[in-house]
Design a protein around this ligand. Structure first.
Ligand code: T1G
Length: 670
């Protein structure tokens, strides 16, 4: 097998070139080739300097994550980086694309770094539950200072070439289209410069203020994650001990994280998110339908948020309402949302105006004829949706994709109201639709492959993480939410409180528990609105107008800042229902809450997979990470069940009388 590394001689400069698509990951063959090439340059008396660069779209984008968890293959990356730095001849890194993780560390091992203006450099390992394990935590503070090193390692976001140059990480910004030549020229300029600058030989200026700030931020925001604190500790160590001791500390911390559950979970989600974009029975090169204009029916909370996704991606939107007042309110909300973003400095006022100029509000349903995709976002009742799709069928252009934003309903029953079921599917956005990353793409029985492929590709354009779901009530996420809610309601009657149940979920890592979620979404959502028909605790709350945060009263009481507190009135209502139903009471433990609210979600996920309503278990995980805030360091419900042990989950379910899915019982979940 040919090496992914080759060398070229340009006068007395040896150019070492990597070609390992798609992102030049630093797999074993790349590491072996790099090491051999450095030795070649060292041994050749005619060579005075070296350049390391990459073919394809980017400089090395990191270690090869697929190698993690497998037996190590020499040379390991720290060895290669150290070898580069120890070279007796100057080595120049020529950076384009995204020099990330191990790629950044290879660049830091080089003596000089040049980059094209569009390049980015970063150490995102923390997002994989890791830390830069090839010297990054020790070289970064020496080259760029402690504060930037903390920001880059503990937060994991890349920085621009310009900012890197200002920080001293990049020596020169070169021509966008002349990286190879400019890097060789730069090498010619420095080939005789001595001493050769080595990051490991530089001193580190301590910055206790920056350290304290990052430690405080980490304690506040990332208390449940292991990796951020470890990254901070490594950078701090660089200010306290010599380089080699710092490296030893980094190595120990890296291995501790690498072998932990959190990194395994976060690496799982990294690949799961990318796998979700693939449709098993639709070829990746399926021709896509052009989407030049999108129509949105309904300018309410969801319709407005949906419209913003396309406007922000530069795709014009026609938004339709039934009444001028609703249309004006909807477009007003969109503008205010953009203005709020601009006020935070994340958009310019010009960009706001451009986005709003691409929005065409109208009461004229027929205007949708110009749209290549129409998304219905109106009341969640089948009759309304079927009526709308019937009308749409007579208006939309041939080949237009017709989508419903329904959260639960049967896409096939909606498609059946048109003469073109092959063009119909579900696009289930999560509220707020312009913020939440998850998009459930619901595939109808007759949805055409190119329609599905087009919407999956469009999801990437609007920066959503899309997961294909089958037609089943609640699709993937909401269907798994139902058994959780049923059990949570039962636990209330058996002796638990809303606070206890929510606390267990928050301690688990969820952003909020079932009752906090109900108060946020609205206790009245899905309520039959008959205050005289009270059949459960939720009805009783709704009948009293306790509709949640928006009424400063739901399962909790809220002050004017929406801070929640346990409600004596709710406790009365719950006790009243315990008495009415004669439910036997018992002391509900936290463990029972986990077994009766989280395990049933896993069981439902297994059933969804058995019924073919999700393509793969990792898709179910992606739904919960990006749609509901499941803690990424637990990898999603299905990954977490595997980590817990299927036997333990099955035993917990059976203990509480659940019928366990066969695939969960047999541990054959895929
Ligand atoms: N290893 C293996 N495969 C990778 C990879 C990696 N580092 N990065 C991407 N891929 C695959 C990805 O799975 C997909 O595969 C294809 O490449 C295109 O990726 C020791 C320990 C570089 C910004 O965390 O952030 O170095 O689906 O769809 O949107 O200190 O990929 O096509 O089969 O994401 O253009 C640190 C991870 C690793 C960077 C490009 N590096 N990658 O985004 O393409 S740990 C990272 C990314 C490390 C050292 C430590 C992005 C990208 P497939 P893509 P993209």
């Amino acid at each position: 097998m040919t090496s992914p590394i080759r060398t070229e001689r340009h006068g007395d400069v040896l150019v070492i070139i990597a070609d390992n698509p798609p992102v030049n990951a630093l797999g074993a063959a790349v590491r072996q080739g790099l090491e051999a090439a450095i030795e070649e340059g060292e041994a050749d008396g005619a060579i005075a300097a070296m350049v390391i660069r990459c073919d394809g779209r980017t400089f090395f984008a990191g270690a090869d994550i697929t190698e993690f968890g497998k037996p190590p293959v020499e040379p390991m990356l720290p060895t290669v980086v150290d070898r580069i730095e120890a070279s007796s001849k100057p080595v120049v890194a020529a950076i384009h694309g995204t020099a990330l993780g191990g790629g950044c560390e290879v660049a830091l091992g080089c003596h000089y770094r040049v980059a094209v203006p569009s390049a980015k450099i970063g150490t995102p390992e923390v997002k994989l539950g890791l830390l830069p394990g090839a010297g990054g935590t020790q070289r970064l503070p020496r080259l760029a200072g402690v504060r930037l090193a903390l920001e880059m390692t503990a937060k994991g976001d890349p920085i621009s070439a310009k900012r890197a140059q200002e920080a001293g990480l990049i020596d020169r910004i070169v021509g966008e289209d002349s990286l190879a030549a400019d890097a060789i020229a730069f090498a010619g300029e420095v080939k005789a410069v001595r001493p050769i600058p080595r990051a490991s030989e530089r001193a580190v200026q301590p910055d206790p203020e920056a350290v304290a700030a990052f430690q405080k931020e980490n304690a506040r925001r990332f208390r449940s994650f292991d990796a951020p604190a470890a990254n901070i500790a490594c950078v701090v160590k660089a200010t306290e001990v010599p380089f080699d001791q710092g490296i030893a500390f980094e190595r120990k911390e890296f291995l501790r994280l690498m072998t932990g559950n959190q990194s395994a979970a976060q690496r799982h989600i990294f690949f799961a998110e990318r796998q979700a974009a693939k449709i098993d029975d639709v070829p990746a090169d399926t021709p896509l339908r052009p989407i030049r204009r999108v129509g949105v029916i309904g300018a309410g909370t969801m319709g407005g948020g949906i419209a913003m996704n396309f406007l922000s991606a530069g795709i014009p939107v026609t938004i339709v309402e039934m009444a001028q007042e609703a249309l004006d309110r909807g477009t007003g909300v969109i503008r205010r949302n953009y203005e709020a973003t601009a006020a935070k400095g994340r958009m310019t006022s010009g960009q706001v105006d451009t986005a709003m100029a691409a929005l065409t509000p109208t009461l004229d349903f027929d205007a949708l004829v110009d749209c290549d995709l129409v998304i219905e976002a109106v009341y969640e009742t089948m009759a309304v949706k079927q009526e709308i799709f019937g009308r749409l069928d007579g208006i939309a252009k041939p080949g237009a994709i017709l989508a419903s934003n329904t959260s639960y309903l049967d896409i096939d029953a909606i498609a059946a109201c048109t003469s073109r079921p092959q063009d119909v599917l579900g696009m289930h956005f999560f509220s707020p639709a312009n913020v939440m990353k998850l998009l459930e793409v619901v595939r109808g029985a007759k949805t055409a492959p190119d329609v599905l492929a087009t919407v999956m590709a469009l999801a990437k354009t609007i920066r959503k993480v899309a997961v294909v779901a089958g037609v089943t009530y609640g699709f993937i996420g909401n269907r798994m939410l139902m058994p959780r809610q049923v059990e949570a309601n039962k636990l209330l009657l058996e002796g638990a409180t809303p606070e206890q149940i929510d606390r267990v979920h928050v301690a688990f890592g969820m952003p909020m528990g079932p009752f906090q979620m109900a108060d946020l979404a609205g206790v009245d959502i899905g309520w039959h609105r008959d205050p005289n028909r009270i059949e459960n605790v939720r009805d009783a709350l709704a009948a009293e107008g306790r509709w949640g945060q928006k009424r400063q009263a739901g399962f909790y009481d809220y002050d004017e800042k929406r801070n929640p507190s346990p409600s004596p009135r709710v406790a009365e209502i719950i006790q009243d229902w315990r008495d009415k139903t004669g439910t036997p009471q018992h002391e509900v433990t936290d463990e029972e809450i986990v077994e009766r609210t989280l395990y049933p979600m896993v069981n439902e996920g297994a059933l969804i997979l058995e019924e073919g309503k999700a393509q793969r278990a990792s898709d179910v995980d992606v739904v919960w990470i990006y749609g509901y805030g499941w803690p990424v360091y637990r990898g999603g419900p299905m990954f977490w069940a595997k980590t817990e042990g299927y036997d333990k989950v099955v035993a917990g379910l059976e203990k509480h009388g659940f019928t366990v899915a066969q695939s969960l019982k047999s541990g054959s979940i895929k």
